[in-house]
Design a protein around this ligand. Structure first.
Ligand code: FAD
Length: 394
């Protein structure tokens, strides 16, 4: 397994718990941060709970986000965050807290975890991947053999590059994002939208609130000349109530940002290799699906690789391995495509008039508001919103 964050550490954990022997390679040294606005949707939190990891995250002082709100044009929705069995609210843990917890849990399950280890290439025999080349912290070059190499190494995946995995759905970058952490401004999960701007606020560790500001990709070159001015101006224009509260708040960290918000699906597998998480499928971070989807993919991949009466044969027998990986790839595409397309719509930063009419009908009903936030959280499908009550209101 190459990469030990949301996708790699959790897939390794699940495979090891099912009895597989897993080597997890990570170039970083933990604890280490990564660009992220941190938000984990309820279905991701539910997986953490099922894997026995949610309590560890809560024990670090990460607050549950139990209220959600969404302001766009003349619409204001506010309601309790949807719940799933055993899950109260969403969470936004700092990545330098979350990712080490995932890697530690993998190690406890029997995974051999090696940090400061850079995968520099793959070994192959007769067109089949048979292992990795790697460089350790002291510069030593070596190889490791494996019946399956999984790239969980992020959007710029080196494993994908070495196997030349093609993209088969790709859309242009649509947004750029800057964010930082504020003290003195308690927040729940807050979203604000206007044509040409999107702002989100989430509470995280240490009583800090992360505020993220999304602007169109076309403005990135201009924004990066003075990101702080663009960041603040967008909050003022898109989220006036939040802007007023900022008068009492202090920026607690520097600004982080990126315009590299790619949208794609990559081929997910081949002989002796597979991709999981961002390595195989990436979308604009605006709807905050990456972590939740990485957990989802981990579970899909691990389920296929541990299925059958002899799970070790599923990995060791090349024919059975390819069949399992093909089922994973198909499930990944089917289950990730709806959110991929909704995400593209959001990332255009142009609220749809039909959606606004719908939201106007939703906002006066607490029940429909709760349903709407359940759709956002991925707990209900968009069709589930269209109750008799909503149709009558429309
Ligand atoms: C600005 C921004 C905001 C975001 N906000 C959210 C959010 O609010 N909610 C959400 O759910 N998602 C968010 N995301 C997306 C989310 O961070 C990713 O989807 C998620 O981290 C994917 O996890 P991953 O394990 O697939 O990849 P990554 O987190 O990218 O991890 C890949 C790992 O592989 C390692 N690696 C890479 N190459 C090698 C190599 N050759 N050898 C060894 N190790 C290697 C890297 O060091 C890294 O640790 C955001 C992303 C961005 C950029």
């Amino acid at each position: 397994m190459v990469g030990a964050r949301c996708a790699g550490a959790t897939t390794a954990l699940l495979l090891a718990r099912a009895g597989h022997r897993v080597l997890l390679l990570e170039r970083a040294t933990y604890p280490s941060d990564t660009l992220s606005t941190l938000y984990i949707h309820q279905s991701g939190v539910e997986r953490l709970a099922r894997w026995g990891l949610l309590d560890r995250i809560r024990q670090t002082g990460c607050p549950p986000l139990t209220t959600a709100s969404y302001r766009v044009a003349d619409v204001y929705l506010r309601g309790p965050a949807p719940t799933l069995p055993g899950v109260v609210g969403a969470f936004a843990p700092r990545r330098y807290v979350l990712d080490p917890i995932l890697a530690e849990a993998a190690a406890e399950a029997g995974v051999e975890v090696r940090e400061q280890t850079l995968v520099t290439g793959l070994t192959t025999e007769d067109g089949r991947v048979t292992g990795v080349r790697l460089r350790t912290a002291n510069g030593a070059e070596t190889t490791e053999r494996a019946n399956l190499v999984i790239g969980a190494d992020g959007m710029r995946s080196t494993v994908a590059k070495f196997v030349d995995a093609p993209h088969y759905a790709e859309h242009p970058n649509l947004t750029c994002v800057y964010f930082t952490y504020w003290s003195g401004i308690p927040a729940h999960f807050e979203i604000y939208e206007r044509t040409g701007g999107w702002v989100a606020a989430v509470g995280t560790h240490d009583d800090l609130t992360l505020i993220a500001s999304y602007l169109p990709q076309e403005q990135f070159a201009q924004v990066r000349r003075d990101p702080k001015a663009a960041y603040l101006a967008n909050i003022q224009a898109t989220a006036p109530p939040l802007w007023e509260r900022l008068a009492e708040a202090t920026m607690a960290e520097r600004l982080y940002g990126t315009g590299d918000q790619r949208n794609f699906f990559r081929q997910a597998h081949g002989p002796g290799w597979a991709l999981v998480g961002d390595a195989g499928h990436h979308k604009d971070s605006i709807n905050a699906h990456g972590i939740t989807d990485a957990f989802h993919q981990s579970e899909l991949l691990a389920a296929e690789l541990t299925s059958g009466d002899d799970p070790s044969a599923t990995i060791n027998d090349p024919v059975r391995q390819q069949a399992a990986l093909a089922r994973f790839a198909s499930a990944r595409d089917t289950q990730m495509k709806p959110t991929y397309h909704t995400n593209l719509v959001t990332a255009r930063l142009d609220p749809d008039p039909h959606l606004l009419s719908l939201l106007r009908a939703v906002q006066d009903s607490p029940e429909l508001t709760e349903r709407y936030f359940s759709v956002v959280a991925g707990i209900l499908s968009p069709e589930d919103l269209f109750t008799r009550d909503l149709l009558a209101r429309l």
